[in-house]
Write a protein that binds this ligand. Structure first.
Ligand SMILES: *[C@@H]1O[C@H](CO)[C@@H](O)[C@H](O)[C@H]1NC(C)=O
Ligand SMILES: *[C@@H]1O[C@H](CO)[C@@H](O)[C@H](O)[C@H]1NC(C)=O
Ligand SMILES: *[C@@H]1O[C@H](CO)[C@@H](O)[C@H](O)[C@H]1NC(C)=O
Ligand SMILES: *[C@@H]1O[C@H](CO)[C@@H](O)[C@H](O)[C@H]1NC(C)=O
Ligand SMILES: *[C@@H]1O[C@H](CO)[C@@H](O)[C@H](O)[C@H]1NC(C)=O
Length: 596
């Protein structure tokens, strides 16, 4: 019965968007199945999600005609939105799941798909695109045509998480090949691809990037963490393969820089991870973002325990952050109204989101469950009890209002009560997503904030991967370690090149609609006073304070001024030039100014 309805529904769904516009009551295919436990949802959804995933992979996926071998389409939807492209991030996360499924012995037939993906990555790396050539930045290009041609339209580029995520996926496969006596294939085929991506990460991590939602340019927690992870496991592979020590030294230096920088996203005052720092564009945001939860699940390392420097799922920072993130959706989505303040709710990308109406997403809701399942797995596996710190106290008080800063001993009655409550909470997020899955089992990108109707792209490949990794976490399947255990965070952070300092320019200026603030100065990094090509417009994230961040050579004196531009007319600040000087490489200087 189920399969009949699945097939008839899939046929009716394509042209994308049809389902999104129908109300649940009118559309018989949108009836939902109600689950009382996650195992039932797993039994129902897993075959559908796997079929949905494979349908979106070229060359022979049922919904990806025209895609080259190994290409993952984001969704078969061709309009409203048009997602018939391949994104490096989505494809790498999807293939990480496929590689894990293969290497854990669950499906040996996946090897052909994985080899196709390796071939695809090798080709796409060499495609010259608007971000550059293979050696001038092209590896940071976020999306391509499914024919593997460059996408030449305007876009938020570069996105520097792509090469890191791609390397992580290929390293997982490389490690399996090595363990199965096929190091030759790793050396000849995978290593050249992986090392290109990791050299890109090593050389470019400290340059601005668009975030995973392709909206904010600056530095993104998800990107920094993905880069850190990729370099760590890349160092281990490089060492095993006997790569030059200069490579290993360079990557180790940058991995330490990344680990240091990663800490700066945590806001001790606010008690959560601020998703984007040093933004150079974008509107006002709280910084609460699924970016951080996705980071925690995609950089999970079971050997690292509850380490907070790598934001492991059971770390105090990741748990405190999770509560703040979840709570930010309680009062903004009508489908969450009336739900107890310590029960699961629908969650989306970030509370200020307006994309397609700014709805909850399946993959973000499932990510919450996944983080909690992995936290429970580590607590039980380590048997060290649960450490409640002053940072994580608000998280634990959801389950025990009189919780205090203490360690709850493993095996105690309190431990059992608490972990049962957290398990119920975690299941709640899995079932919350499940509640809004139509009876076909198809997963779109979003579900409507008012009534849970699927919205935006149909059959989003990443949605399918997200429910599958969530089930793996629910079942506590083993995950490879990537080297997060036992790291030492440097005491001072350094930028990557060892030559420049970071200067944050802030200018308080009220403006009229359509007017923007820019920056120019006397050195090349400040555009040599060229008002036709100034830095900016500056970010208004904290209007009326306009902000930008510039890399300036160390120990350099510089002069600067802010300008206004309105309808093509330039207005200079009055008075003498402003000036200052950078310190040593890697230092940060913040300049607070007021328009004069
Ligand atoms: C090594 O792996 C590649 C990729 O799957 C395969 O084509 C090749 O036959 C393997 N070689 C050996 C010796 O197993
Ligand atoms: C570069 O690194 C420095 C030092 O960690 C940091 O302050 C700065 O925000 C980084 N910039 C980017 C864009 O990663
Ligand atoms: C709640 O926390 C308090 C303080 O740590 C503890 O005494 C109590 O046993 C906990 N309640 C349960 C049900 O575990
Ligand atoms: C903008 O500039 C154009 C060309 O100089 C001019 O025609 C127009 O009136 C200006 N608009 C405003 C709102 O000042
Ligand atoms: C340079 O910047 C520092 C830090 O903001 C500030 O204290 C100092 O006054 C500035 N120097 C000048 C000449 O503006």
């Amino acid at each position: 019965m189920l399969f009949t309805s699945v097939f008839s529904c899939l046929l009716l769904l394509s042209p994308g968007g049809a389902l999104a516009r129908a109300s649940p009551r009118e559309n018989p295919f949108n009836k939902r199945v109600s689950y009382t436990n996650v195992a039932d949802f797993d039994t129902f959804e897993t075959p559908i999600a796997l079929a949905g995933l494979y349908a979106n992979i070229g060359p022979d996926g049922a919904k990806s005609q025209g895609a080259k071998a190994g290409v993952v389409i984001a969704s078969p939807s061709t309009s409203d939105p048009d997602y018939l492209y391949t994104w490096t991030r989505d494809a790498s996360l999807v293939f990480k799941y496929i590689v894990d499924r293969f290497t854990s012995g669950r499906d040996s037939s996946l090897r052909t798909k994985i080899d196709n993906f390796v071939g695809h990555v090798g080709r796409i790396q060499q495609v010259t695109n608007p971000s550059g050539t293979v050696s001038t930045g092209g590896l940071g290009e976020p999306k391509f045509m499914i024919s593997e041609a460059a996408f030449t339209g305007e876009w938020g580029r570069p996105q520097r998480d792509g090469p890191a995520l791609r390397a992580t996926t290929l390293i997982a496969y490389a490690n399996w090949l090595r363990a199965n006596s096929n190091t030759t294939h790793v050396q000849n085929v995978l290593w050249p691809i992986i090392s290109l991506d990791l050299n890109y990460v090593s050389n470019n991590w400290n340059s601005t990037t668009f975030d995973l939602w392709e909206e904010v340019s600056g530095a993104s927690f998800f990107t920094t963490a993905a880069q850190h992870r990729a370099l760590r496991e890349g160092i281990a592979l490089a060492t095993a393969l006997g790569a030059p020590s200069s490579t290993i030294t360079a990557w180790t230096t940058q991995a330490q820089n990344l680990l240091c920088f990663l800490q700066t996203y945590w806001s001790p005052e606010s008690g959560f991870i601020v998703a984007n720092v040093d933004p150079i564009n974008g509107a006002i945001r709280s910084g609460k973002d699924a970016n951080t939860v996705l980071t925690t699940i995609h950089t999970f390392d079971p050997a690292a325990g509850c380490d907070s420097s790598t934001f492991q799922p059971c770390s105090d920072k990741a748990l405190a952050n999770l509560k703040v993130y979840v709570d930010s959706f309680r009062s903004i989505y009508p489908i969450n109204y009336g739900i107890a303040s310590n029960a699961a709710v629908a969650t989306g990308r970030y509370p200020e989101d307006v994309y397609y109406g700014g709805n909850p997403w399946y993959l973000t809701t499932f990510a919450v469950a996944e983080q909690l399942y992995r936290a429970l797995q580590v607590w039980d596996a380590e048997g060290k009890g649960i450490e409640v710190t002053s940072i994580s106290l608000p998280f634990f008080q959801q389950f025990n209002s009189s919780a205090t800063v203490t360690t709850i001993p493993a095996g105690s009655a309190s431990y059992t009560t608490l972990t049962n409550a957290i398990k119920t909470f975690a299941d709640g997020f899995a079932l919350k997503g499940a509640q809004f899955v139509p009876s076909s089992g198809a997963l779109a990108e979003q579900y409507a904030r008012n009534d849970g109707t699927p919205v935006s792209a149909v059959d989003l490949t990443w949605s399918y991967a997200s429910v599958l990794t969530m089930f793996d976490a629910h079942d506590r399947l083993a995950v490879d370690s990537w080297g997060a255990a036992g790291l030492t965070v440097p005491t001072t952070c350094s930028s990557g090149d060892g030559k420049s300092a970071t200067v944050i320019f802030k200018e308080t200026a009220t403006t009229i609609w359509g007017e923007n603030i820019y920056l120019v100065g006397n050195i090349e990094a400040l555009k040599n006073w060229n008002t036709n090509n100034p830095i900016g417009p500056l970010s208004t994230t904290t209007y009326p304070v306009w902000t930008t961040l510039v890399s300036i050579p160390a120990n350099t004196h510089f002069e600067y001024k802010f300008i206004r531009k309105f309808n093509g007319t330039v207005t200079w600040e009055s008075g003498a030039n402003r000036w200052n000087a950078t310190g040593a490489a890697g230092t940060r200087l913040t300049l607070n100014n007021v328009w004069k």
